[in-house]
Design a protein around this ligand. Structure first.
Ligand code: ADP
Ligand code: MG
Length: 376
């Protein structure tokens, strides 16, 4: 039953994605926490239209503002339910498309819960990778896949390689690596054969994330955690060679710091967070207005995502919100941002052909054909 439902959704999703362009926005609201309940905070979110992608926020008890998204998850929807809608993108990556899945929202709204999840309640990252390897295995007679991962953190406009065994003294920079694709020289790309190897890489990543920060939660709410899965595919039947990327991004908290709180390092941090999140907004608006210049280079975040956030790729944004009246103004600001993102229609995505590999592969096929002929 579950698989039937998954198949149905996959099909629907692909139709929508092909016809309407390639940024989908899903809104997820976490449950009211025990602390919130015991402090007397009330839920201001109206889920009556959730099945149709509508969500309403009661503002000040009287007016209701409504938003429309590609999907709305109520606090009752579980991780499997959420993943079911992200899953079609996994197939896309293996088919040669660049994909970016990211979680946006105020700190404490469930970005990390959605992306990473917990050991007993796996999130999008784990489920995605699990399915990636499953499909790769199913296709192994026709396609050869080569998969590697990098784990990065962007903090204060600096890139940190979380898989590096020793912290490099050199600053990591983004270099142009051919047509629109980007590369960070010196970064660790761990070749992975199965989900366990990825899991180990992720553990290494999150352990080194904690190093050097005295408050892990605070640090993680101010940095972007970026997982990049690189997929090289060779189709043994039709000779296609593709080189695609999947970015899984847990963004820094979108909340504005109270002006009085921010001084010195905190102020710099806050400005950098705002800089990269507003750069993300600017890139998205430029894409929406089909501007000839897309300002990817205004932040490390957008620069890294350049080839996975735009016309040729498929993107999925989770906008995470809190149900509490206490957070209503942050919630409204997140939903406004997300609506702007959803308004974009980019047209169809393109496969990322690996031209050099394709040439080599064709020559090799040609040679083996010749050899067969000679034997005959
Ligand atoms: P963020 O990464 O946005 O700061 P977290 O993912 O750390 O937020 O979530 C904050 C808290 O809320 C965590 O304790 C998390 O387990 C809980 N939480 C978030 N979303 C959900 C959900 N959908 N269902 C149950 N608990 C959730
Ligand atoms: Mg988090």
């Amino acid at each position: 039953k579950y698989h039937e439902e998954m198949a149905k959704r996959k099909k629907l999703h692909n139709i929508v994605q092909e016809t309407k362009g390639n940024i989908r926005v899903f809104c997820r609201c976490r449950p009211l926490s025990k602390v919130e309940t015991s402090s007397g905070f009330k839920c201001v979110v109206d889920f009556d239209g959730a099945n149709d992608g509508d969500i309403g926020i009661m503002n000040g008890g009287t007016t209701k503002k409504t938003f429309k998204f590609d999907r709305v998850y109520t606090p009752k929807d579980d991780q499997a339910e959420v993943y079911a809608d992200a899953s079609p993108l996994v197939t896309s990556v293996l088919d040669g498309y660049n994909v970016c899945i990211f979680a946006y929202g105020q700190t404490g709204t469930g970005k990390t819960f959605t992306m990473e999840g917990t050991e007993r309640n796996r999130g999008v990252n784990y489920r995605t990778l699990e399915e990636l390897f499953k499909i790769a295995e199913e296709r192994k007679d026709t396609v050869t896949y080569n998969i590697s991962v990098s784990v990065l953190e962007v903090y204060n406009e600096q890139i940190r390689d979380l898989l590096a065994t020793s912290p490099s003294s050199k600053k990591l920079e983004i270099k142009q690596a051919g047509e629109g694709s980007h590369h960070v020289p010196g970064i660790v790309e761990a070749k992975v054969e199965d989900i366990n190897e990825v899991w180990d890489a992720l553990q290494t990543g999150s352990n080194s994330r904690a190093v050097g920060s005295n408050n892990v939660n605070e640090h993680s709410s101010r940095s972007h955690c970026m997982l990049c899965i690189m997929v090289r595919a060779k189709n043994l039947i039709n000779g296609d060679c593709t080189r695609s990327k999947l970015w899984l991004v847990d963004l820094a908290g979108s909340e504005r710091l109270a002006k009085t709180d921010a001084q010195g390092d905190r102020l710099k941090e806050a400005q950098n967070i705002n800089r990269s999140l507003s750069a993300l907004g600017d890139v998205i608006s430029a894409l929406a207005s089909r501007s000839s210049h897309i300002p990817y280079r205004n932040s490390k975040l957008t620069h890294l995502l350049q080839d996975s956030l735009g016309g040729d790729s498929k993107a999925l944004m989770f906008v995470q919100i809190s149900p509490s009246d206490n957070d209503a103004s942050e919630t409204l600001s997140s939903l406004n941002f997300a609506s702007r993102v959803r308004g974009i229609e980019l047209g169809p995505a393109k496969k990322q052909v690996d031209t050099a590999e394709l040439q080599k592969f064709k020559q090799m096929l040609e040679r083996s054909k010749q050899e067969v002929k000679l034997k005959d």
